[in-house]
Design a protein around this ligand. Structure first.
Ligand code: NI
Length: 395
């Protein structure tokens, strides 16, 4: 067995410097050209062969072990968000309105560090390890994982198991978040257009007020989760945006309602959608108007294969101690890694990166920050879970 315990320290400085470089130079989904070049330069430097051009900017590093065996894929996402950074760090984003606010800069540099560690040990590796640098994770619902698979990323080497890791601000350094089943939620969007008839504000009887109908719809939608979903199941229905009207003395003829539905279980997902449609149609029809409903399917739920989630747990406990894998709830955040897990067995896990002051800022927040001291451990974790998995596959 190859032991990576404390080996992360050897690449720690480099991971942090790469992460700071990427943090200063973030690129949006489908525009990760410099980031992709940077990854390729590092793989060249480490002597790791790669292929490129998957989903435009995606890169596949290939580490062929000295011994025969299975195939394990490790994935990092590489894109940033359209958020204007408000932190005061010395490596604050140099790009107006673009920020690595989801830690993908850390994922990319950790996977490069992991690649370096693995490549040094490749003579002893039993099988092949793929380094998947994935673009466009933030670009739901298209994403980058399906386009990469459509472009044939796994045509030559088909993963027996795939792992993904995400920095997690709510867990402290040294902890790994892992669950045997659903890890992250399905994230769907809806857009509803409510149609009435407009007119003068002083003569409401000659109109059909779309704002009054929209208010009733939004209120009634609150009953879907509270009255139609099993209280022991997870669901969220959020109206995030509502738009309509012209001015104070005009009755609005049209309102649009834009929001999201998050679930973990496919049956709950369809139940929520069915109730949603009935309420929107019923309430507007009852008030004399009409509604057009559009459901935009987002990322499916990220569901871990129990066997490989247990491997993540075993590897973490070996590297970080018995207490390193607390029992925790799933998150209803959406994650593009879910589509890899629809095709291949594997697991998605969280790396504790809570800031040292103990006050986490959420992912996608303009003040988002992480504890860089946790990153060497993340690189170690990926290297170890890959080789542990190859050992297990051999048996
Ligand atoms: Ni993310």
């Amino acid at each position: 067995m190859i032991d990576f315990k404390r080996q992360g320290e050897r690449v720690e400085e480099e991971i942090i410097s790469m992460r700071r470089h990427l943090h200063e130079n973030p690129e949006l989904s489908e525009e990760e050209f410099e980031t992709s070049q940077f990854i390729q330069r590092k793989l060249d430097e480490y002597g790791i062969p790669y292929k490129k051009g998957y989903a435009k900017t995606g890169v596949l590093g290939i580490i062929k072990g000295g011994k025969p065996g299975g195939v394990v894929a490790l994935r990092a996402d590489i894109d940033a968000l359209p958020i204007h950074e408000k932190t005061e760090s010395s490596y604050v984003s140099k790009k107006e309105g673009v920020m690595h606010a989801c830690g993908h800069d850390a994922h990319t540099s950790m996977l490069l560090g992991t690649g370096k560690l693995l490549n040094e040990q490749k003579a002893d590796i039993k099988g092949t390890i793929l380094l998947v640098f994935q673009p466009a994770e933030e670009n739901a619902p298209t994403g980058g994982s399906q386009p990469m698979m459509d472009d044939g990323i796994f045509d030559e080497y088909k993963p027996d198991v795939i792992f993904g890791q995400h920095v997690w601000p709510d867990l402290p350094k040294g902890q790994i978040g892992i669950r045997d089943g659903a890890m992250m939620g399905a994230s769907d969007r809806f857009i509803v257009t409510i149609n009435g008839t407009g007119g003068h504000a002083s003569m409401p009887h000659q109109t059909n007020d779309a704002i009054t109908m929209a208010s009733a719809v939004v209120s009634q939608l609150q009953t879907v989760v509270s009255r139609n979903v099993d209280p022991l199941e997870a669901a969220v229905l959020t109206v995030g945006k509502i738009e309509g009207g012209y001015r104070y003395n005009v009755v609005a003829d049209k309102v649009t309602i834009d929001g999201t539905i998050r679930t973990l279980n496919p049956e709950v997902r369809s139940r929520v959608q069915e109730r949603f449609n009935k309420i929107v149609e019923g309430v507007t029809a009852g008030m004399g108007g009409s509604a057009e409903i559009e459901h935009i399917e987002g990322y499916p739920a990220t569901v871990n294969t129990p066997e490989w989630a247990q491997q993540v747990r075993a590897t973490a406990q070996n590297l970080l101690g018995e207490e390193s894998t607390p029992v925790l709830n799933s998150s209803l955040g959406g994650e593009d890694f879910s589509r890899f897990l629809l095709k291949y067995p594997g697991a998605f896990f969280w790396l504790g990166t809570m800031p040292k002051n103990g006050q986490p800022k959420p992912l996608h927040d303009p003040y988002f920050e992480l504890d860089e001291d946790a990153l060497a451990g993340g690189a170690e974790m990926m290297a170890q879970v890959a080789t542990d998995t190859l050992e297990k596959l051999e048996k």
